[in-house]
Design a protein around this ligand. Structure first.
Ligand code: HEM
Length: 480
């Protein structure tokens, strides 16, 4: 046999073996059922396809029907197991730092930063989490953010009510963005704040898109947005470090102080990645939450009426109507918390929660080998008709008398355990304050809207255009 033919035969044999191994992965036990798709790309294209349905993604749904609650698949060259089982998800969250650790796609680390909190582990993770909770945790919400958020909400609603219409998704995002960058860098309304916002818009368009870094793709635009944003943030950090006397009592001051400490673990890169991630984590998700809640409420007059009554009752019990929401009042907004939980439950819990298996995991008679990735698919639990009656319907009353805390077995929209969302309480507060002022002081009509689309991040391509007008102070809910 000529030498070239032998080489081709060996090459084919090698490729065939490689494909065989890909399709039949090794495991010291029984792997969950499923298929591995094509080598390298796996089933990435199907996974990243946008969809408008409010149900679980078609990718997951078809595989659940075929294989059950635990199945294997592959994404961007990785072997993964998807869990749609509440017990398994809970177990996985509890094993953080032991059998599993957080994992994000390389492309996610490239765009959010390799030193971001989500990808950090151990002591650094705890340290960064505490820094964030100083700003967005319950103590700060109670002492400062409650009144500051309320002041801003009142001002903006007043402004929007003087306009013929407002695209609420963008308007809310701008409001929360301005608030967050003020708390972080004290750069409200400045040139830097506007420049930074434009970078974030480019960045968000490509977040969780297929990671193809070619000019013109969403992913490429996203990286460009990140690079530009990082330059702006870096120059703000350098400026503050160079002139520490110009303290603003903001988050940047805390970061600079921490970086100055002799045995600090806060490197410049970690600080920059943290400062970069926080504004977009805050404004994008909280604005989507408010818009979704309004879309649901609009189609559910009973829920809207009960919500309005709850807030009117709060006003009627006050000595002075405009005295501002107290922490006690905020905590008493039971139905409002049921409305926001339902909203998170239905549409906002679609974040992709990945864990990398560090040691072989045994669950439900299967083995998930070390090195594999687990996708804890919380929406599949939330939208499971065996657990919730009519799961896709907006039904705040289903939470009556139930545990509403984030992280419980059947409500994991904010994750669970050591990695529970550090901004969950902040989003809830934003929603409650906004709804309080909207339903007690204003009327709103939808002018134009479109479907929310998952790509798989949630976007509103046609926006949510509303007209907001002041209620007559003497009109009661029933007359509105
Ligand atoms: C509706 C809004 C939001 C949803 C549904 C959401 C969801 C989540 C989820 C599921 C996780 C856990 C990820 C994991 O376990 O791998 C998480 C973590 C996190 N979230 Fe949120 N989030 C929201 C809003 C926010 C906001 C407003 C902020 C910031 C102010 C924020 C900051 C964070 C941070 C810092 C973490 C990492 C926590 C850690 O690793 O210890 N989130 N979020």
């Amino acid at each position: 046999m000529p030498c070239s033919l032998l080489c081709i035969a060996v090459l084919f044999l090698g490729i065939a073996l490689w494909i065989y191994n890909w399709r039949n992965p090794r495991c010291n036990g029984k792997l969950p059922p499923g298929s591995m798709g094509l080598p390298i790309v796996g089933e990435s294209f199907q996974f990243f396809s946008p969809y408008t349905t409010s149900d679980v993604s078609p990718f997951i749904k078809t595989r659940m029907d075929r294989y059950g609650s635990l199945f294997r698949a592959s994404l961007v060259g990785r072997k993964i197991v998807v869990s749609t089982d509440p017990e398994v998800n809970r177990f996985i969250f509890q094993q953080e730092g032991r059998l599993v650790q957080t994992w994000y796609m390389d492309s996610f680390d490239d765009i959010v930063g390799k030193e971001n909190i989500l990808s950090s582990h151990g002591f650094l993770h705890k340290y960064l989490r505490n820094l964030i909770l100083n700003l967005f945790g319950s103590a700060s919400l109670k002492e400062r953010l409650l009144s500051e958020t309320e002041e801003l909400t009142i001002k903006n609603l007043q402004l929007w009510s003087c306009q013929p219409g407002v695209e609420l998704k963008q308007a809310m995002a701008t409001m929360i963005y301005n608030f967050t960058v003020k708390k972080l860098f004290s750069c409200n309304d400045s040139r830097s704040a506007k420049k930074l916002r434009a970078c974030y818009s480019a960045f968000l368009d490509g977040l969780i898109s297929f990671p193809l870094n070619i000019p013109g793709t969403a992913y490429w635009k996203c990286l460009q947005g990140r690079n530009k944003a990082m330059k702006v943030i870096k120059s703000m950090l350098e400026e503050r470090r160079a002139s520490p006397k110009r303290q603003q009592r903001d988050f940047l001051d805390i970061v600079v102080e921490e970086m100055k400490k002799a045995e600090t673990i806060l490197s410049e890169q970690t600080a920059l990645d943290l400062l970069f991630a926080l504004p977009f984590a805050a404004f994008e998700s909280a604005s989507s939450a408010v818009v979704l809640a309004l879309q649901y409420l609009r189609n559910n007059p009973l829920a809207l009426a009960e919500l309005t009554q709850e807030h009117e009752a709060i006003l009627s019990e006050r000595e002075t109507e405009d005295s501002g929401i107290t922490w006690k009042e905020y905590k008493s907004m039971t139905f409002t918390h049921m409305v926001s939980s339902t909203t998170f439950h239905l549409r906002l819990s679609m974040k992709l929660i990945f864990r990398k298996v560090v040691k072989d995991v045994q669950v439900k008679g299967y083995t998930i080998p070390a090195g594999w990735i687990i996708l804890a698919c919380t929406p599949a639990v939330h939208l499971n008709s065996d657990i919730y009656e009519d799961p896709l319907s907006f039904n705040p009353w289903r939470w009556k008398g139930r545990e509403l805390n984030a992280g419980s077995k059947f409500f994991m929209g904010f994750g669970s355990g050591a990695r529970l969302c550090a901004g969950a309480e902040f989003v809830k507060l934003q929603m409650s304050i906004f709804l309080h002022h909207l339903v007690t002081k204003y009327r709103w009509t939808v002018i134009k809207e479109g479907d929310a689309v998952r790509q798989p991040g949630l976007v509103f391509p046609e926006g949510f255009h509303v007209q907001i007008s002041k209620k007559n102070s003497y009109q009661s809910v029933a007359e509105q």
